[in-house]
Design a protein around this ligand. Structure first.
Ligand SMILES: [Zn+2]
Length: 197
């Protein structure tokens, strides 16, 4: 239970990262974070949480102690975003592109998507954020080993190096519906897009 994940919000209630319950409890005990009840949005500081915390959440039981496990904490002072780069992967390219083919705009589901090199590998194209895009199977087949120009195809949007809040991987939300209410809409829709695929 101590290794369970807790969502961390900055002072403005923007999700910045996740941490372990162990670390969340330490932050609360030091007075730099409060626990947020995900249903009511009420914030409780350490003592109030330990003594009168909600009953409708997981509880941690040990020898001589028992207290509610925080699903979400809000930091008292910190108001920034940690600068954590998003790792490059096929899955993260799909997430960046909202699970849509950048050529035709269709969203056939993750299983029917492919990673396309805008400048083909055979012509020296790199496997990188700026040269890789999400393409449906038929657009990828149509483009094949050609340049955009030769294939007569166009990108609906230019590939970018993505920035998610604090590098927080939107997929980490799937398992915890109580976190959905704290997420920026874009991250949430990318996550839900994936789970429906
Ligand atoms: Zn397509």
């Amino acid at each position: 239970m101590l290794d369970r994940k807790t969502l961390v919000l900055n002072r403005s209630w923007m999700p910045v990262t996740t941490t372990t319950v162990r670390r969340a409890v330490v932050l609360m005990a030091r007075g730099v974070a409060g626990a947020v009840h995900p249903g009511t949005f009420e914030v409780a500081q350490w003592e109030a949480w330990i003594e009168r915390g909600p009953d409708d959440v997981h509880r941690l039981r040990g020898i001589g102690f028992e207290f509610p496990v925080p699903d979400v904490i809000v930091l008292t002072h910190y108001n920034g975003f940690p600068d954590v780069p998003v790792s490059f992967s096929r899955r993260n390219v799909y997430r960046r592109d909202g699970y849509e083919c950048v050529y035709c705009g269709r969203a056939p589901g993750a299983g029917a998507l492919t990673l396309d090199h805008v400048r083909p590998r055979s012509r020296g194209g790199e496997t990188s954020w700026l040269n890789c895009v999400t393409a449906c199977v038929s657009c990828n087949a149509r483009k094949a080993d050609q340049s955009l120009q030769a294939a007569g195809m166009r990108l609906r949007r230019r590939p970018v190096v993505p920035r998610w809040p604090g590098g927080l991987d939107p997929s980490s939300l799937r398992e915890r519906p109580v976190w959905h209410r704290f997420m920026p809409a874009k991250a949430l829709s990318a996550t839900l897009g994936e789970s429906s695929a």
